[in-house]
Design a protein around this ligand. Structure first.
Ligand code: TYC
Length: 105
């Protein structure tokens, strides 16, 4: 008699951790040079990259600085914001969940 049993194979795949954006929020008080300094120090950006990101937040209201796993995004946003608080500036970096993108395979 023919064997009609169905065999299944399973592959184990490690789920990727959800990613979080670090957003830079514009304000009217923090000096541009200081924003650039924080971006260079905390996000390891070049002068050119940092200037571009700062100007984007300045003109659009906010912008994405970088994307990390949750803990790293929260830690970086806090450290960068604390740098500004230490100088008495209202500059804000905030972590924000990135919408899940469904994968085709
Ligand atoms: N708008 C600020 C100014 O004109 C500079 C600035 C840019 C502040 C980006 C915050 O996220 C920011 N001095």
């Amino acid at each position: 008699m023919a064997d009609t049993s169905i065999r299944t194979r399973s592959k184990t795949r490690t789920a990727r951790p959800p990613l979080y954006k670090v957003m830079l929020v514009n304000d009217d008080f923090t000096p541009r040079e200081f924003v650039v300094r924080v971006l260079k120090a905390e996000f390891r950006m070049s002068e050119e990259q940092a200037s571009r990101v700062m100007i984007t937040a300045h003109t659009k209201g906010s912008c994405v600085v970088a994307v990390f796993t949750r803990e790293i995004a929260e830690d970086k946003a806090k450290r960068a914001t604390d740098m500004a608080r230490g100088e008495g500036y209202p500059l804000l970096f905030t972590p924000s969940p990135r919408p899940e993108v469904s994968r085709c395979r």
